[in-house]
Design a protein around this ligand. Structure first.
Ligand code: NAD
Length: 479
């Protein structure tokens, strides 16, 4: 695990985007590179008056933007995807510095964001004829809502901005976008690219702290909130949005179970299960966070996963060898360390990792734990970091019950040699997405979102896009 102070000069070439202008902020944010734990950049942060300006600009822009066609808006989104690809290497490097993930994964995040954006604008939202007889003609239209406030977290700042951004713009809304204060920089650079593509005011990008998020959710000029983040904040957002009955899409945390059946070859699935758990050092909403393995394959699976954990290269994301970067911020690093300490004290068996090295960077090795109490924090809470419990079961019904015994319901998976058996068990998981022999497979054409406290509404697909629109019935009496 490479540790050294970063000596690069402080980067300050960042601006907010308000009404088509790149501007400074009423305040500023220091941004830390988590591989070193040191500040490497400073960017502007918006005050309340700047939020008012951005919302007013978005409202003005909405008047003409709402009248543009889907085709026109799709064309501009495609230009955006092209611009992302043209600037991919500089954006990816910045993303790795602020977020920590390996450079290859930053490149993949931008690639994927561009491809998903293009995929989404291929989806049609046609006017539907509900009744057409001698007496009546009834149609169902979908119209844009107005100004959409988009609030994003720090684990995948580009991808999690692009999903809601493209959904909102393509369906004829205008946007005020606020990234996490931990990772504002790549999103601000995205704003610079968008300035040259979309008319002034259609997209506004404001960095700022949590209070800026709250002001957006309260603002009477904002019609919808698309929020991605923790369950706790999601509940605050829903309560605050209720003041003006804003529409909300909430993409919240998960505690995804993976159920490993008795018929698998543990060695054959270990690599997939390992990376579905530990990619981005476990800081993925839909990472596997609890592994339930049948007793007949338990020991072999533990051994195979430990082998993967011991092979994985942890380090600075800019090092080409690195497979797992640091935790993104100090708060998350401290939280995961305390979960590991608590787990150790409880008498659980640490199979791999567990010892956190000294140093300035927020590195934690991939940690696998056996014999964990089902009521421990590691099993009950969303750890959102590189420590995963492997739990044993003997009865499949019991495994399904334990997998569902949580307030979370984002996604889950079943691993088996028999895909049809897997499909049937998958249907019993209380989640938004249940995969068989895979995990984290999403697409622009497939709705994604959480059951239970993992969210409200869906992103992607026609279902997701309609969440950015108001259904309106036009009912005509004939004669
Ligand atoms: P967070 O809830 O702390 O913050 C998310 C965003 O909300 C940030 O921009 C923050 O500034 C803002 N915010 C904070 N308080 C606010 C308030 N009162 N009102 C409005 N905005 C406010 O989440 P995080 O720690 O940045 O992200 C990690 C969480 O996000 C995890 O729980 C993870 O599972 C979840 N997540 C979910 C998905 C999904 O698609 N379901 C995707 C990625 C991450």
């Amino acid at each position: 695990m490479a540790e050294r102070a970063e000596n690069a000069e402080l980067r300050t070439d960042f601006a907010l985007l308000i009404d088509g202008q790149l501007v400074g902020g009423e305040d500023s944010l220091d941004v830390i590179n988590p591989a070193f734990g040191t500040i490497f950049a400073r960017c502007p942060a918006a005050g309340r008056a700047q939020l008012d300006e951005a919302v007013a600009a978005a409202r003005r822009a909405f008047e003409s933007w709402r009248g543009t066609t889907f085709e026109h808006r799709a064309g501009l989104v495609r230009k955006m995807a092209q611009a992302l690809r043209e600037h991919q290497s500089e954006l990816a490097e910045l993303l790795t510095r602020e977020q920590g993930k390996p450079l290859s994964q930053s490149v993949a995040e931008i690639d994927r964001g561009a491809a998903q954006s293009e995929g989404m604008v291929g989806i049609e939202i046609p006017v539907e004829t509900l009744v057409d007889d001698d007496q009546r003609h009834i149609e169902l239209h979908y119209r844009p809502l107005g100004v959409v406030g988009i609030i994003t977290p720090w684990n995948a700042p580009v991808n999690l901005a692009l999903g809601p951004l493209v959904s909102a713009l393509y369906t004829g809304n205008t946007v005020v976008l606020k990234p996490s204060p931990y990772t504002p920089l790549t999103t601000l650079k995205l704003g610079e690219l968008l300035r040259d593509i979309f008319p002034a005011g259609v997209v506004n990008v404001l960095a700022g702290g949590d209070e800026l998020g709250q002001w957006i959710t309260e603002h009477s000029g904002v019609d919808k909130i698309s929020f991605t983040g923790s369950v706790a904040t999601g509940k605050k957002v829903a309560a605050s949005a209720a003041g003006t009955l804003k529409r909300v899409t909430l993409e919240l945390g998960g505690n995804d179970p993976a159920i490993i059946l008795d018929d698998v070859d543990p060695k054959a699935i270990a690599k997939k299960v390992f990376f579905a758990s530990f990619v981005n050092s476990g800081q993925v909403c839909m990472a596997i966070k609890r592994i339930y393995a049948h007793e007949s394959v338990y020991d072999e699976l533990c051994d195979a996963l430990v082998e993967e954990a011991n092979k994985a290269k942890v380090g600075n994301g800019l090092d080409p060898e690195t497979e797992l970067g640091p935790l993104q911020n100090r708060m998350q690093y401290d939280k995961v360390r305390s979960i590991i300490e608590e787990t150790k004290k409880s008498g659980a068996r640490i199979l791999a990792g567990g010892d956190v090295p000294e140093g300035g960077g927020y590195f934690i090795p991939p940690t696998l734990v056996a014999d964990v109490d089902e009521n421990s924090r590691l099993v009950r809470e969303e750890q959102f970091g590189p420590v995963v419990p492997i739990l044993k079961y003997s009865d499949l019904d019991d495994a399904v019950r334990r997998a569902n015994d949580t307030r979370y319901g984002l996604s889950g998976s079943v691993w088996t040699a028999d895909p049809e058996r897997g499909r049937q068990i998958a249907q019993r998981l209380e989640v938004g997405t249940a995969w068989v022999n895979q995990h984290r497979a999403t697409s622009a054409f497939v709705p994604f979102g959480g059951a239970k406290e993992s969210g409200l509404g869906r992103q992607y697909s026609a279902i997701g896009l309609k969440g950015y629109m108001e259904p309106e019935v036009i009912s005509v009496a004939k004669g």
